[in-house]
Structure formats: structure tokens, C-alpha cells
Design a protein around this ligand. Structure first.
Ligand code: TYD
Length: 217
């Protein structure tokens, strides 16, 4: 029988198509094999109120949502998530696998929607009471390389695609800047690697958090 003294909070971040879902699935299967108690959740969402906020901000029939309103809605969803799901799970000794967290707001609202990384970090510090993941996995993807891969040999970029690449590149650097500011709490991986190689790298790092008795089942 294994006894975990405390749970661990793992967040997964990255741009569109970086492979977060695949990596969350693989980590979840591994936790099941090891009988590690965990909860998988996502943002925005994860609570009743959070899922309602999710449809407000992500569905396209809700009228115009200005950047400040959007940032506050994501932060409100996160506040509920921390109090209702994440903290209780951690206190019960469970691991929390969270698809996106504060860094997504800093990237998408702070940098993408130009509210400023600092301002968005501050409202999120308020929303979360300062709760930070023990580890944030950033699946780093080069937007133009990702697109070129998708398009194969016909991948000549037009003006719109280049503009989109520039936008996604700014988001990408927002994640990388956050990681560089606190490297001990981040694992940045090149999302161009195979799913198995990425999973192996994540496992190695998470194994350190699980403790000796779980590392050799
Ligand atoms: P989702 O359909 O879950 O996409 P993904 O699989 O890429 O996570 O939609 C989440 C979208 O919400 C995604 O485009 C990123 C955005 N988002 C923000 O803009 N700010 C945030 O704080 C969060 C959590 C997500």
C-alpha cells in the first residue's frame, strides 16, 4: 500500500494542436496503472459555474465579449475551480491534472488580446489566492512549422496565414517567458517530438513527484 503525503498540481499548457489532450490521456493511463489518486479537469470549466462561464466565453452566439470582460470571466471560472475542485483534491492527497491554467490567460488575454501580461497575472493572483501548479508542462510548438507540417509540400503561406503565425508566435513566447521566469516549476518540451517521447519526458519528471515507492510498481 502506498501513502502519498500530499497531492500534486500539474497544469498542461500550449498552443492549439500542441498535443495536450494526447499527453493528458497518456499520463492519466499511467496514473491508473500505478493507482495514483488523481482528478482530471480543464479550464475554463471544471465546476458547474465554470462550465457555464465556458459556454459564455467560447460559444459564438453570446454577442461581443470585450477583452477585459473575457479576462475576468476566465479568472472567475478559475476562482471557482480552485476553491471547489483543485484545493479540495490536493488536500485529500490527490493529483490534479489540469488542461490549461493561469498561463493561458496571460498568453491569450494578456498578450493575445493585449491587456498586458502583468495586469492579467495580477487578476489571476487574486482569483487563485496565489495557488500555483507544482509543475506546468508547456508543449511548445513553432506555429509556422506546425502549419507547414499540416500542409505538406503545398504549404506556401499567404498573408493571412503569416499574420496568424505572428499571432500564435506571440502566444508561444508568452508561455516561454513564464517558464523562463520560474524554470523549477516548468517542463518545456518540443511538441514536434513523438507522443511517446513526450510522454517519457513527462513521466520522468512526474516520477520525482510521486515518491520512491510509486516509481517502481
Ligand atoms: P478548448 O476548446 O478547450 O481548446 P484547447 O483544446 O486548445 O484547450 O478551448 C479553450 C480555449 O480558451 C483556447 O483557445 C484557449 C482559450 N483560453 C483563454 O483564452 N484563456 C484562458 O484563461 C483559458 C483557460 C483558455
Amino acid at each position: 500500500m502506498t501513502h502519498l503525503r500530499r497531492g500534486g498540481f500539474l497544469a498542461f499548457e500550449g498552443g492549439d494542436g500542441a498535443g495536450k489532450t494526447t499527453q493528458l490521456d497518456l499520463l492519466e493511463s499511467w496514473f491508473q496503472e500505478l493507482a495514483v489518486p488523481y482528478e482530471r479537469t480543464r479550464e475554463p470549466g471544471g465546476t458547474v459555474i465554470g462550465e457555464r462561464i465556458r459556454s459564455l466565453v467560447l460559444e459564438h452566439d453570446q454577442g461581443e465579449v470585450d477583452p477585459r470582460t473575457e479576462a475576468l470571466l476566465f479568472a472567475a471560472s478559475r476562482a471557482a475551480h480552485v476553491v471547489q475542485r483543485i484545493e479540495p483534491a490536493l488536500q485529500a492527497g490527490r493529483f490534479v491534472l489540469c488542461d490549461r491554467y493561469v498561463d493561458s490567460s496571460v498568453a491569450y488575454q494578456g498578450v493575445g488580446r493585449e491587456l498586458g501580461a502583468q495586469a492579467v497575472a495580477e487578476i489571476n493572483a487574486f482569483a487563485t489566492g496565489g495557488l500555483q501548479p507544482d509543475l506546468t508542462v508547456v508543449l511548445d510548438i513553432d506555429p509556422s512549422a506546425a502549419r507547414a507540417r499540416r500542409e505538406g509540400r503545398d504549404g506556401l503561406s499567404d498573408r493571412i496565414e503569416s499574420a496568424e503565425d505572428a499571432f500564435h508566435d506571440r502566444l508561444r513566447h508568452a508561455f516561454l517567458d513564464r517558464a523562463a521566469a520560474a524554470p523549477q516549476r516548468y517542463l518545456v518540451l518540443d511538441a514536434a517530438a513523438s507522443a511517446q517521447a513526450l510522454h517519457a519526458a513527462i513521466r520522468e519528471r512526474v516520477q520525482e513527484m510521486l515518491g520512491q515507492e510509486l516509481s517502481n510498481p
